[in-house]
Design a protein around this ligand. Structure first.
Ligand code: PLP
Length: 442
């Protein structure tokens, strides 16, 4: 008898209907997308995704960390339906409507720090970053920007200029923004300065303070430093708290703004509303998107009133803050506060514990790290050399799909675990058992 009612793979993959859709997609959809395996989604309920041939998968990726309340949460569906019957679009740029104002008021309260914030609404993560770049430049009158190696901030030209993740994302798209400098992220498992965390002197921070800001980049020309409080696409990397504390002091000293890209790490995923809160980090501008509206396209940037004081017409968007997306966001936040954020903290701890048990058994697991349900597992050739094993990582993610478990990679050799925040222990146990079956045979 099956231990869990899921996953349920009934056809060979891709099944016949999926194969047909992939054939059409191959002909007519941009080849720039990065599909790793042939997953053709049809319906979703909670943590279970059903493909077009009726195969049921356990989904540990949630639409790339977006469907935080699970697929088609009934209360989210209801909120969307109710709003769709009242008003679908009006444009917050030129008109007022209640859900947008209510959501802004709520986000003002949720942001760490003083609650005298304003909110600008966007449709995506990249748009949130674009808005933050513009706001930082406008407010400071400066042009230079600092970002991190390994960072992913999006693919529009401004956001892409800050992205430092993969060459393929940048190649062929120059010229990008001028005055962007990338520095090493505090990535303790692979310290760029050859240090070990327990005895390092935060050489990565010293590089910024004592080399960059003294030799090549005048700090008084820097408008903002963009940082992911947990680096996402770069490999789910958790920085040391002291780094962020020092960064805050340094930014203040030189009058530059700190922008936290919480597009992936925000909205309850890490067990707190924003990952910044784990580190006592109080950014000047917070960028959010992804999980904010359970799958409706919405993003937002939050900044204090003193910072967000640009005049009418200086920035706007036709669709940003769409009423249906705002209604879904308000309901999402309500569900997060009613227990999902707490569940993310608890299930995250349980999942990380189970993955660390696996690490003790399988030497190809180099590192397991994360906060809440933003967990990364690095695959290496062996623990001693820590040499990244991208091929094995890809093979594990691929085999998981054929066994009915949806995972994604991040960074060159990390498996990411970013399920919906509704998961329970059975979901975790099932995921870990599938993973172990793969690890045994790889
Ligand atoms: N910032 C971070 C941290 C992200 O993870 C992403 C997307 O993965 C983005 C920005 C870009 O978001 P979008 O794809 O919605 O433009």
């Amino acid at each position: 008898m099956k231990k869990y009612p899921y996953p349920n793979i009934k056809t060979k993959l891709p099944g016949p209907r999926a194969a047909k859709i992939i054939e059409t997609d191959d002909q007519f959809v941009s080849p720039s997308y990065t599909r790793g395996y042939p997953c053709v989604a049809d319906t979703g309920r909670g943590v279970i995704l059903t493909d077009i041939d009726g195969n049921e998968f356990l989904d540990f990726c949630a639409g790339i960390a977006v469907c935080s309340t699970g697929h088609c949460h009934p209360e989210i569906v209801e909120a969307i339906k109710t709003q769709a019957e009242r008003l679908i679009h009006m444009s917050g740029t030129d008109f007022y409507y209640e859900v947008q104002a209510r959501l802004a008021k709520k986000l003002n309260k949720l942001a760490p720090g003083r609650h005298r914030n304003r909110v600008f609404f966007t449709n995506s993560g990249a748009e949130s970053i674009e808005a933050a770049i513009k706001l930082a430049r406008y407010k400071t009158g400066r042009t230079r920007l600092i970002a991190y190696i390994g960072a992913f901030h999006g693919r529009t030209i401004g956001a892409l200029s800050l992205t430092g993740s993969k060459i393929i994302q940048k190649q062929g798209f120059s010229p990008l923004l001028q005055g962007v400098t990338h520095i090493p992220y505090p990535y303790c498992y692979r310290c760029q300065f050859g240090q070990k965390r327990d005895c390092c002197k935060l050489e990565c921070f010293q590089y910024l303070e004592n080399i960059l800001f003294q030799k090549t980049v005048p700090p008084t020309e820097v408008a903002a430093i963009f940082i992911e409080p947990i680096q996402g696409e770069g490999g789910y990397i958790v920085p040391p708290r002291e780094y962020l504390v020092k960064l805050q002091k340094l930014a203040k000293k030189f009058g530059m703004l700190l922008v936290a890209d919480e597009v992936q790490s925000g909205m309850g995923r890490t067990g707190k509303m924003f990952a910044s809160e784990h580190f006592g980090f109080k950014p000047d501008i917070i960028c959010t998107a992804k999980g904010i509206a359970s799958g409706m396209p919405l993003g937002a940037i939050i900044a204090t009133r003193e910072i967000m004081d640009w005049p009418p017409g200086s920035h706007a968007s036709t669709f940003g803050g769409n009423p249906i997306a705002c209604a879904a966001a308000l309901k999402t936040i309500e569900l997060l506060e009613k227990g999902l954020m707490q569940n993310a903290a608890e299930m995250g701890e349980y999942l990380i514990g189970r993955l660390r048990q696996l690490k003790r058994k399988y030497s190809m697991i180099g590192d397991v790290r994360g906060l809440g349900l933003m967990i990364g597992m690095e695959i290496v050739i062996d623990r001693k050399s820590r040499a990244p094993d991208a091929k094995a990582r890809d093979a594990i993610v691929d085999r998981a799909f054929y066994k009915g478990l949806i995972l994604l990679g991040c960074g060159p050799n990390t498996i990411r675990f970013a399920p919906a925040l509704i998961i329970n222990k059975d979901h975790v146990d099932c995921c870990v058992e599938i993973l172990e079956e793969i690890l045994k045979n790889i």
